[in-house]
Ligand binder design. Sequence first.
Ligand code: GAL
Ligand code: MG
Length: 999
Amino acid sequence: MKYTLDWLTDPEVFAVNRIAAHSDHRIYANHLEADADNSSLIQNLNGTWKFAWAKNPSEWEQKFYEESDSTDNFDNIQVPGHMELQGYGKPQYVNTIYPWEGQEHLRPPFISEKDNPVGSYVRYFDLNDALKNKRVFISFQGVETAMYVWLNGEFIGYSEDSFTPSEFELTPYIREKDNKLAVAVFKRSSASWLEDQDFWRFSGIFRDVFLYAAPSAHVRDMRVISDYDGTNGIFSATLDIAGKCSVRSILTDENGTVISESNEKESVNWTIENSKPWSAEIPNLYTFTVILTDEDGNEIEVSRTKVGFRRFELKNGIMCLNGKRIIFKGINRHEFDAKTGRAITKEDMLFDIQFMKKNNINAVRTCHYPNNSFWYQLCDAYGIYLIDETNLETHGTWQKLGATDPSWNVPGSLPEWKEAVLDRAKSMYERDKNHASVLIWSCGNESYCGEGIAAMSEYFRSVDPTRLVHYEGVTRVPNHQYDSITDMESRMYAKPQEVEEYLKQNTGRQYISCEYMHAMGNSLGGLSLYTDLEDKYEAYQGGFIWDYIDQAIETKNDDGKTVLAYGGDFEDRPSDYGFCTNGVVYADRTYSPKVQEMKALYSNIRMSIQNGMLTVENRNLFADTNNLSFVVRLEKNGVVLKSDTFSLNVPAGESKTMKLTLHKIDSTGEYVYHVSAVTADQTLWADAGHEIAFAQEVFEVKDNQIPETTLQKPTIVYGDVIIGVHGENFSMMFDKKEGGISSLRYNGFEYITRTPKVSFWRAMTDNDTGASEPYNLAQWYSAGKFAKYKTVSWLEQEDALKITFTYQAACVPTFEFTVTYTAHFDGKLGVSVNYAGVSGMSDMPVLALDFKMKKQLCNFQYYGLGPDENYSDRCKGARLGLWKSTAKENLSGYLNPQECGNRTGVRTLSVHDDMQHGLTFQKASAPFEMSVLPYSAYELENAMHLDELPSVRYTWVRIAAKQMGVGGDDSWGAPVHEEYRIHADQPMKLEFVIMPLRS
Ligand code: GAL
Ligand code: MG
């Protein structure tokens, strides 16, 4: 057959000679191999390949596949991997627009002739013995976006669809030795119009490549349905077997015991009495094995797949699993790694699945393409529900600058695109159909709607009555012509009140947010406003956070330092810059502080303590709490007085209340009952002792006696410019010219570098920027930073000297504010910032006093809400305790430097150097918020990348009366919710006391 490059722009040609898609069951030569999961029938071709790169097809050396053509001048490349991350071409990050926007005026199905890099891949190989004299196939698990394959100079086939396998038969051309496999990968093809996902634009062979042999008899495909009726498993399998053989099918349980067997050739039907059902909570799996034997009973081939018995259905308009209303505590997951892009490893996937389980996530949407096959095995085994999404997004064809304009939308209802998108649906369905974890098929993302997507949805329904169909796009379309494409109302970034409005309508159609909580930068504020809906509305069935991992690429900056880069950093234009960094984990898989909140609000175990009574609510659908231990602690001022462990079995869906009896509380102080539910034993995904949920009750035992102290009055020096207060171990100086405290020494150690300043500014977060807060709140930037010092007054009292400085804010309307220092004669320094409230100003970001301290004073510990960064709208996962950190550690890894490191509910904060010089800041009237960072808010504001921040010279201690929340409904306009904003017309006071370090 002759190949032609015309296929690249023909939407009707997406596969040539590609074999029909099939289930991803494993094949082995015999049962011993199957038991060891080590198949001799498979020959892996991953590794170092020969490689040549051309800028476009006209510069491409087309004959490279010929046997006579030498690869002596070729480079080496790693397979799997992307070309762009191995030095060929550059990565480009764009969101909705197509990557060639503004470079060339193109419309579907045409592609650039100038900019279409071609990778010529060559691999020489000998055939493994076990594959000889059998039919041999090659499987490419993922190649972006189009490829031509040759073997020994012969054209083998062509395929598109980057995210499902492309397989070809090699039998007629393969030799035992010295095979030359040649693959030409084109970065752009008509398929590029269907793959406009919001991600880095890469190309290459980025998933596994392997050969497999089909013995004389071979299971080409199997369709297994493992339904569950509440007691029994109802099993059926349809086998597609090629070749002459006898068949024995068996079902074994987790101990390898045979439960059922059959010799049927085409279909198997069993009822498995009292089968153990599958769910994410208890992912019981069975193994289905098909053994093909010859006349003498010798094994020809053994095929295997895992089976989970479950029933997923709509009952009265509610999605139910095994009869129970399901709630998705979901997250969207792109396959990504900072070093290798979408060519992720098994280790990455293992990390990810364990992350999900450890942090109470029960569902993943494979945004926006089918994932690596191994991921589905993990989701079956660990217990994760999946929305499996077709590789389809055509965002740039219908949405322009935010406005809907589907004038040249594909696939739309265009006949020439229909088969291509149907093929994508089919390839996904056929590969993934046997996985218990897949509950929902998704037609793709953000592709508008029309006959093409309607056909996909009909296809899923016709082949699979055991699952539901998802597509969000139709819920955005004004006419309701295509409503029936989706089985559920699915929206993205609907605000909590909008979701509630929908739910109140009682449409009879269940609701999910396929995307919500846009976790870009410092975000995920207000998650509880969504999770609270779970109890209020039956039809609310959860949501999927956007998203799991930052898409940032490890590279070297101009100074040779290893950094994480985002869009635009590779001179990639057009670009959407930092919009690819929306993960709850950073691109190198370290946790961001957002995880703390998600984990708490996603937990199926909810606990509360009231007056020493603990209530444990088990919101699991199936699992009781027998696999958990409960650890109770009594703490006083953050110090554990006593702890105890007990077990408590709360059946799924029930609650229990019990009295905590730990200790007699007598002395004064702040006490905390802390209960934590932890894994009792080691699991697949966590060690014993891993926390699933916690609760606290905080209470105070008060003592009205005021301790009597006899004070020695310090020396007070009323200078013309400086007022000094000098006691036995301390000295303070207040500067009438500078307008503040200019010296604070304890035991001779100086703590003031410059007089502290009031600030109303926080470094704008990505969410702030998206909501135009820099514009709305701009006045607060100068209000504090450029305030004018006006007057000073002082008053000597019996036990203290009070000095008040008045400042004029640099904004319109302007206002006055004061800072009062109270030099207590015992050496303590009281601080009070007074803000009277002003009308006519926008909401206030923060009311804080910033201390610019020596950089050695970089260690801190605090008694407040922690351990991780938290904000007024993101503190449900934080707990009161005594925590430690350093200024450097406290700088979050948001790639665009922004407000970070805040703690709420702080009672005391101690900041010190390694020699234990330091200060303790103690709450006065009310707990405060604070951060300790190597940079000021203004320095953070200036930088666009972490590595742009200056070398560290100071430790910035910020003590705040209040800071507005961080928000998270989206990052392109959603403001922080009203209840977490600060209205400028309210009077506010920040009060605390400074003293020498108290440990
Ligand atoms: C959604 C889209 C995602 C991502 C997100 C913004 O509209 O489905 O792919 O672009 O917005 O980060
Ligand atoms: Mg999009």
